[in-house]
Design a protein around this ligand. Structure first.
Ligand SMILES: Cc1cc2nc3c(=O)[nH]c(=O)nc-3n(C[C@H](O)[C@H](O)[C@H](O)COP(=O)(O)OP(=O)(O)OC[C@H]3O[C@@H](n4cnc5c(N)ncnc54)[C@H](O)[C@@H]3O)c2cc1C
Ligand code: FES
Ligand code: FES
Length: 474
């Protein structure tokens, strides 16, 4: 059984934990405001807000209900568009009306929910943040300019919102219904009285590990629905990011959002804000976990490419046994990893780079937002004067799995950064990749892209120096 608060109602769901919360909301609770567009996390028509107690504080995040397993709602507050305007149209909805931000209306509930998620964020009040909050919502008929105008009105109307006591202020000013004021206490009671109990008919079924569901529910929704799911999303020991003896330890269940929001990670990677925009969309980042990215073994996994350039390791656990594997040795072939079915990734470890270490991530995709990469790459570099002391280079989209460019790294180590060295390194890059032509580009295009991304790393680190100039404008 799964117990949670749906808008203002405490509910107990007996449906399969691996079925989607979208189907529960629409077909069991008959709340039809949450729409079904793609069922693949792409369109945002099914966006809901998920409120949960994080470090004893109620935090709301937008998520795509078409990919969220019902079991991941345990002990949480699920908000649909019906829960936002219980008596009156909310100011968010009114602003969309005022700017003609809707035509057929199919996408509108998703936009309303995402923008309400924006106003609920403690620190977010700017127009840019309002627009960023709808990066996972697609509209096919209105045109985005009027929706952006609505975002501007909303950002302006919450300019006076305090950093603490946000919910009180939002209720007083009519953005949220009053029942939101009691949710934190109601969730605490739920957490105490209820833990997720297995359904009787789950035993004997195939066991499937699911975290955020943003990969496995897209690929195999029926299999997830009908299997005995091991839900890792809320497993405490898989969460958290810490520093220990010069190493950064990232829990396997840490989401992309949590990773990018972590003060420790922001300290280690000051340019992180630029990178985050390149990874999926706000609702997907709120669900997608680090371990899910690594285990799904997609050749273009962004976080995997990021960790490969950090020369990271993964810690795999089964019962009381643990083993640590270098990420660069984890992949054995297309979608094949060095992981037994029952093993789970509990941690990802990497040495914290020194302040002098340079790090960069690049990604090229067909669309800027909400798209997977054609080719991506990351680079970690330490220089000793003009000589490359250590380099770790990774690339996605150019091999059957995310690739650590070991031959190129071995060649560059100890070399001076000169045009000839880079020319030779690019030849080695080309020799150790094997891209294929597909919907994201031809083999030749991907070869060229990676070449440019490798140059982009050096350009980012050193600017257009003599050694690099030759590769520009070719
Ligand atoms: C619309 C959309 C956009 C996307 N954009 C991007 C993008 O820009 N970049 C990108 O890299 N990815 C993208 N993805 C893919 C996906 O979001 C990521 O790969 C994500 O990190 C998967 O994490 P998850 O927790 O959702 O995994 P899940 O779907 O829950 O699981 C994926 C696999 O990992 C296994 N697994 C999960 N956790 C563990 C664990 N702790 N130990 C062992 N096995 C585990 C599961 O059994 C499953 O096989 C996108 C997905 C969608 C739907
Ligand atoms: S239905 Fe399109 S994102 Fe869920
Ligand atoms: S109003 Fe029709 S899809 Fe957005």
């Amino acid at each position: 059984m799964v117990q949670f608060i749906l808008n203002n109602q405490t509910v107990t769901a007996t449906q399969a934990k691996g079925s989607t919360i979208l189907d529960y909301i629409r077909y069991y609770m008959r709340l039809m405001g949450t729409k079904i567009g793609c069922r693949e996390g792409d369109c945002g028509a099914c966006t809901i807000l998920v409120g949960s107690l994080e470090a004893d504080k109620l935090v709301y995040r937008s998520m795509t209900s078409c990919l969220m397993p019902l079991g991941n709602a345990q002990g949480k507050h699920i908000v649909t568009v019906e829960g936002i305007n219980m008596q009156n149209i909310s100011p968010v909805q009114q602003s969309i009306i005022d700017t003609n931000g809707t035509q057929c209306g199919f996408c509108t509930p998703g936009f309303v929910v995402s923008l309400t998620g924006f106003i609920l964020g403690n620190k977010s009040t700017t127009y840019e943040q309002a627009v960023a909050a709808i990066d996972g919502n697609i509209c096919r008929c209105t045109g985005y300019k009027s929706i952006e105008r609505s975002a501007k009105i909303i950002a302006g109307s919450i300019a006076q919102k305090p950093e603490s006591g946000t919910t009180d202020w939002l209720v007083i000013n009519g953005f949220l219904p009053a029942y939101f004021l009691n949710i934190e206490n109601r969730l605490r009671e739920l957490q105490i009285t209820n833990t997720l109990s297995p359904l009787e008919n789950d035993t004997g079924k195939t066991k499937t590990i699911v975290a955020g569901g943003t990969d496995i529910v897209v690929q195999r929704p029926q299999m997830v629905k009908h299997s005995n799911v091991e839900l890792l999303f809320d497993t405490r020991i898989l969460r958290g990011i810490k520093e220990e003896e010069g190493q950064c330890i990232v829990g396997g269940g840490v989401t992309v959002t949590e990773f990018f929001e972590s003060p420790l990670i922001q300290r280690i990677f000051p340019a992180l804000a630029k990178h985050i925009k390149l990874v999926s969309s706000t609702p997907i980042r709120n669900m997608a976990t680090m371990a899910g990215n690594i285990v799904n073994a997609s050749p273009i996994g962004d976080m995997t490419v990021f960790f490969l350039a950090l020369d990271a390791s993964v810690v795999l656990a089964r019962d009381s046994q643990q083993r640590t594997v270098k990420l660069k040795n984890f992949y054995k072939g297309y979608k094949q990893t060095d992981k037994e079915a029952e093993e789970i990734i509990i941690e990802i470890l990497f040495d914290i780079p020194s302040e002098q270490t340079l790090f960069n991530f690049e990604k090229v995709s067909k669309r800027t937002n909400l798209d997977i990469a054609s080719v991506n790459s990351a680079c970690q570099l330490q220089m000793a004067f003009d000589t490359i002391e250590t380099i770790h280079l990774s690339a996605g989209g150019v091999a059957p799995f995310p690739k650590y460019l070991s031959n190129t790294c071995a060649y560059l180590q100890g070399k001076k950064l000169e045009t000839q060295t880079l020319e030779e390194a690019l030849k080695i890059v080309n020799a150790e990749i094997a891209p294929i032509s597909d919907a994201r580009g031809s083999k030749e295009y991907k070869q060229l892209l990676l070449r440019q991304l490798v140059i982009a790393h050096f350009l980012q680190f050193f600017g257009p120096t003599e050694a690099i100039k030759k590769f520009l404008f070719q």
